[in-house]
Design a protein around this ligand. Structure first.
Ligand SMILES: [Zn+2]
Length: 77
């Protein structure tokens, strides 16, 4: 898995988490809150593992330094 796909999965999972939390609040179903927390945890974990520079393996966190890796200078698409 490359870092772009990882970032997209994280954003999609964040939306799912928000929707599940709203739905759980409206319907008073506490297991939906647990499901939302699990989805968020999985999204965060895969992001920490896969959202990295393909060349040097540096984790990007939230910055990619204007399209370049902040560590090795690899150009990122
Ligand atoms: Zn790099």
């Amino acid at each position: 898995m490359n870092y772009k796909l990882s970032g997209r999965i994280r954003i999609v999972c964040l939306f799912i988490t928000i929707i599940l939390c709203i739905y759980a609040t409206l319907t008073q179903k506490s297991w939906l809150t647990v499901a939302a927390i699990v989805i968020y945890a999985v999204a965060t974990l895969q992001y920490a593992i896969f959202h990295r520079c393909p060349r040097c393996g540096e984790g990007f966190r939230y910055l990619t330094n204007g399209g370049y890796c902040p560590r090795c200078g690899e150009k990122l698409e």
